[in-house]
Design a protein around this ligand. Sequence first.
Ligand SMILES: *Cc1c(COP(=O)(O)O)cnc(C)c1O
Length: 281
Amino acid sequence: MTLKLTTAEELSQDLTADVAVLMLTHVNYRSGRMFDMAAVTAQAHAVGALTVWDLAHSAGAVPVDLNAAQADFAIGCGYKYLNGGPGAPAFVWAHARHADRFWQPLSGWMGHAHPFTFDTLYAPAQGISRYLCGSPAVLAMSALECGVDTLLAAEPHGGMAALRAKSLKLTDLFIAQVRERCTAHSLPVVTPTSHGERGSQVSLACPQHGYAVMQALIARGVIGDFRAGDGTAAEPDLLRFGFTPLYVRFVDVFDAVTALAAVLDSGEWREARFNQKAAVT
Ligand SMILES: *Cc1c(COP(=O)(O)O)cnc(C)c1O
């Protein structure tokens, strides 16, 4: 059972002259597969398309250099690897060459050129400020600031490059441990094993009872998530594990696989409490 990954070749076949905008998730939320941002952006530009990169699973997880890639726009959320907590503000990025030429549809007074004149007509501010909406949720911003500070605290210790190196070691260890210690169960690794194509997560195909398996894991303190497939071999049900290199330790990876093996070997996922579907999976 394999997860169908859009390959770079398929992507370039789809990038034809009638494509205006390529909207792509840099690290796919299901597979954990990462695209080469610079190469794909160059391909998009070659057919005259703009790029909008979704960095939900990239920001704080893998090195991202939007300017070097000549990307056009990017968006992302603050509550995953930026540690802002549920409801954290999202972010938008626009390349300086576009910043004054676009604005986002949720215009609000904070993005106005003169917010305190309360004009009847909307005049967007210059530059990235025009992408702001109304008054920000200051409490949520404060929490996000702490989350980002946590990331910045790694700067003197090698910053994102060091975090990336650790992240790859964590995911390598997880993959090796699953293969070594869960051999009695079918849990194919669907995330690319090549480092250049892997984000900071590992997804395992779990053809049966994946939801209950994840609930039993969560009860043991290992919090991953379950992503339902469409029932076909190309889109299997997935167990997804995210590795935040700032504070996930190697021993946590080892313990997580111990828990996974125990849940599967014991069959404890069969308990009724693990089989009641909740809204958040
Ligand atoms: C989490 C996530 C988002 C963020 O969406 P919000 O509306 O900010 O919660 C966007 N794209 C992907 C692929 C995600 O996984």
